[in-house]
Design a protein around this ligand. Structure first.
Ligand code: GDD
Ligand code: MG
Length: 352
């Protein structure tokens, strides 16, 4: 595919409030949460660019201005961005219907919280070979209960969906990966200006209408970062090079990537992999053990210990404090000598 004229457009679903990431996502849309100190969505756009997708529609319903202010027309990323905004959330399929005027040929849809290195060109070739109206990328997970289960026949034609299956409904561990290739005509089945979902509405309806819907199984990296545990896991996986971001190419295992403007005391001990943002100050005797991300403008006090943790920007870690396996939201202060393990901490959620 790589930049050819036939590259499809893509719609990224960037609405939804990211409730499972609360309180981190108060006042910030889920796709804008920082991953290696860059908004998650920037990694997604770079991924699409890698597969030659240039025209990207961002379908938003929650704090769209935060996204627009950061990305503008997308030219800095080599993309052409179009924004659609729902006054009230229209659901996953309703959001794409709302962008219908821009969709005149085969297009890609991506959930805005998916990190993957699925080969879009290969999935598109599969879609065309099968003559599908809709192709759903399928990934295997240990426990499908938090996802949409998808049943297929031996020809990979989809035969059934169960969204968020209860234990007795689990017939397969192949799930909807939140990546679709669609023909524009399927949007004819989606009501205008109404809340409507792919998962419970359009896909089951297409099956009922006997439309050709196929599942495209893949096994490359895939993760839905929409919970604190998965969000932390993604940061670690990137730092440990279990997967590569199309946006960032200077990571290497055990390396400390430190912004030039960071001030690190000579007695501080830092073991990679770690990314340290601009204007950070790391004091005497501090101990940092990767995988760790430290956002811009953070202050790490004397003798503080930080391990397997992600700090967003403007965080202050008190002297002698110790953090392990934590996510610390922007502008949070951690008191001197606090010991915190496995926690999300924000300015509004004080550790006990
Ligand atoms: N524009 C817009 N409007 N976007 C929305 C809306 C809406 O009303 N509702 C949800 N979204 C976006 C979310 O921001 C997210 O990027 C994506 O749609 C999916 O929503 P989630 O809330 O993250 O859904 P999920 O993770 O529980 O389930 C979905 O993803 C799974 C894979 O991660 C489903 O598609 C499952 O079937 C699938 O397995
Ligand atoms: Mg999700």
């Amino acid at each position: 595919m790589g930049g050819s004229k036939t590259s499809p457009k893509a719609v990224i679903l960037v609405g939804g409030e990211g409730t499972r990431l609360y309180p981190l996502t108060y006042g910030i849309p889920k796709p804008m949460v920082p991953v290696l100190n860059r908004p998650f969505l920037e990694h997604t756009i770079a991924y699409l660019r890698k597969y030659g997708v240039e025209n990207i529609i961002l379908a938003s319903s929650y704090l769209p201005e935060v996204i627009q202010d950061y990305f503008g027309d997308g030219s800095k990323l080599g993309a052409r961005l179009t924004y659609t905004v729902e006054n009230n959330p229209l659901g996953t399929a309703g959001a794409v219907k709302n962008a219908e005027q821009y969709l005149d040929s085969t297009f890609v849809v991506l959930n805005g919280d998916i990190f993957t290195d699925l080969n879009i060109g290969a999935m598109l070739a599969f879609h065309q070979r099968k003559g599908a109206k809709a192709t759903i990328a399928l990934i295997q997970v240990d426990n499908p209960s938090a996802f949409g289960l998808v049943e297929t026949d031996s020809d990979r034609r989809v035969t059934g969906f169960v969204e968020k299956p209860s234990p007795d409904q689990v017939t397969t561990n192949w799930i909807n990966a939140g990546i679709y290739i669609l023909e524009p005509e399927v949007l004819g089945y989606v009501p205008v200006n109404s809340h409507y979902m792919f998962e419970k509405g359009l896909f089951p309806l297409l099956l009922k209408q006997d439309e050709p819907v196929y599942g495209y199984p893949f096994s490359s990296y895939w993760l839905d970062m929409g919970t604190p545990e998965k969000y932390l896991c993604l940061n670690h996986d990137l730092l440990l090079l279990k997967v590569k971001s199309a946006l960032i190419n200077d990571l290497s295992r055990d390396k400390v990537c430190c912004d030039k403007e960071a001030a690190i005391h000579s007695s501080a001990e830092i073991t990679g992999p770690a990314v340290i943002g601009s204007k950070c100050q790391i004091e005497q005797g501090a101990h940092i053990k990767g995988p760790v991300v430290i956002g811009a403008d953070c202050h790490v006090g004397e003798r503080a210990n930080i391990e397997e943790t992600v700090l967003w920007r403007g965080v202050n870690i008190g002297a002698g404090a110790s953090l392990k396996h934590c996510i610390i939201g922007s502008n949070t202060s951690i008191e001197d000598n606090d010991q915190i393990v496995n926690r999300v901490v924000t300015p509004d959620s004080r550790p006990r």
